[in-house]
Design a protein. Structure first.
Length: 107
């Protein structure tokens, strides 16, 4: 008897799933319509491709994150300073968390 097949991973990294979930949650909450996001993301993918981005889709979620940040700023849902501060806080939390421990932001 064969062991059950491993399910195919939909996301290569946990942050990919979290980014998708955050985008979906904001759309579901009415912050924007999914087709608006899809158009903005499609434009970002086209720009990345035109700029010589990898052809193997290895930058897919990097492009998604960059496009999502720009989309949030354009929609007035975030600003550059708050996003920069949040990134700095996560970087500090990551660098100061012992290996194997969950990374979290302090209050």
């Amino acid at each position: 008897m064969r062991p059950p097949a491993e399910p195919e991973r939909q996301f290569a990294e946990p942050w990919h799933a979290e980014l998708f979930a955050a985008t979906h949650a904001l759309a579901a909450a009415g912050a924007f319509a999914w087709p608006e996001w899809a158009a903005a993301f499609g434009d970002a993918l086209a720009r990345a491709d035109a700029a010589g981005g990898p052809k193997d889709s290895s930058d897919y979620y990097d492009v998604w994150l960059s496009a999502f940040e720009a989309f949030l700023i354009e929609r007035g849902l975030a600003d550059d300073d708050s996003l920069s501060g949040l990134k700095a806080a996560w970087t500090e939390a990551y660098l100061s968390t012992p290996h194997g421990e969950p990374v979290s932001l302090s209050e």
